[in-house]
Write a protein that binds this ligand. Structure first.
Ligand code: FES
Length: 292
């Protein structure tokens, strides 16, 4: 009994390793692909939307395929060419919408936080099988083989429902795509952070102000401050790479503008917390800029 448990643990570990290997390979290709590839990844992550794009697209796919399957069921009881045409059209809409949805899912998967990697792989596998079955169903519909078409779509529905369940688990239990922390609202008044002389040129400092981790960074006479925790999945930004007025997260390479916490590159679709700074009596003081 004990050895069976050990085997199961090993399987889970191996699955996670395989998932992370695939994710890292995709992410490395994006990072090495240059600015154009990075912008395409940003588009797919949804950085322009301020919200992950993938769940928005999945609504279209799941909606079209689910209603299409409903009309398939109706066609079993009511022989109607019109009902069959509606079902066929909806399944085809889902097929077309699935392509950008898969790409956005791949982009998010490439930077998946480790604890969610194996569930994300299972989610992607179930949905890929579902997609392949819907394509097979459409080909059967085009040939006029309705029995095969409805069998494929029915089976696809089982895989897609499983994929949807796992997708919900990723968002609600593993918090993938969810902002890592709640909006920071304190301090609203100027509060001391650190003596100005302790912040050296281009040497990031992490301090706590009003219970919040704050990253301080000096460039010339200017000291900038943003939240020290990455909104994507909690990476320590003070350990990131600093260049061109920005910081790159050490975990999945999101880039934030040090001037205001704005997202320059994903995967994060949420900005880092923005703080104003000033120096009073040799002390750097900060106050949060509320999220509008
Ligand atoms: S934790 Fe993922 S990009 Fe920062």
């Amino acid at each position: 009994m004990i050895s069976e448990r050990v085997d199961l643990t090993l399987d889970s570990d191996q699955l996670e390793k395989a998932a992370l290997d695939i994710a890292h390979t995709i992410h490395s290709a994006v990072m090495e692909g240059g600015e154009g590839t990075r912008k395409l990844a940003d588009l797919l992550h949804g950085t322009w939307l301020g919200h992950p794009l993938h769940p928005v697209l999945t609504d279209v796919v799941v909606g079209a395929w689910t209603i299409g399957t409903f009309f398939d069921l109706v066609s079993l009881f009511k022989k109607s060419h019109q009902v069959e045409m509606i079902a066929d059209a909806l399944i085809q809409v889902g097929n077309f919408a699935a392509l950008p949805t898969i790409l956005s899912g791949l982009a998010d998967f490439s930077t998946i936080p480790e604890p969610a990697a194996n569930i994300a792989l299972a989610h992607a596998t179930a949905n890929s099988i579902g997609f392949a079955l819907q394509v097979a169903s459409t080909r059967a519909r085009n040939r006029g083989d309705r029995e095969r078409a409805l069998s494929c779509s029915g089976l696809a529905f089982v895989f897609l429902t499983t994929g949807a369940y796992l997708g919900g688990h990723l968002a609600y239990a593993k918090k993938v795509g969810v902002k890592y922390f709640e909006d920071v609202t304190e301090p609203q008044e100027w509060s001391p952070a650190l003596e100005a002389t302790k912040i050296r040129e281009r040497e990031p400092r992490r301090v706590d102000v009003a219970g919040q981790p704050v990253l301080l960074y000096r460039q010339g006479n200017q000291i900038q401050a943003i939240g020290a925790v990455c909104p994507h999945s909690g990476g320590p930004l003070e350990q990131g790479k600093f260049a061109n007025g920005c910081v790159q997260c050490p975990w999945h390479d999101s880039v934030f503008d040090l001037a205001d916490g704005r997202v320059v590159h994903g995967p994060s679709t949420y900005a880092a917390t923005n703080y104003e700074t000033r120096i009073r009596n040799g002390m750097v003081e900060v106050r949060v800029v509320p999220v509008s």
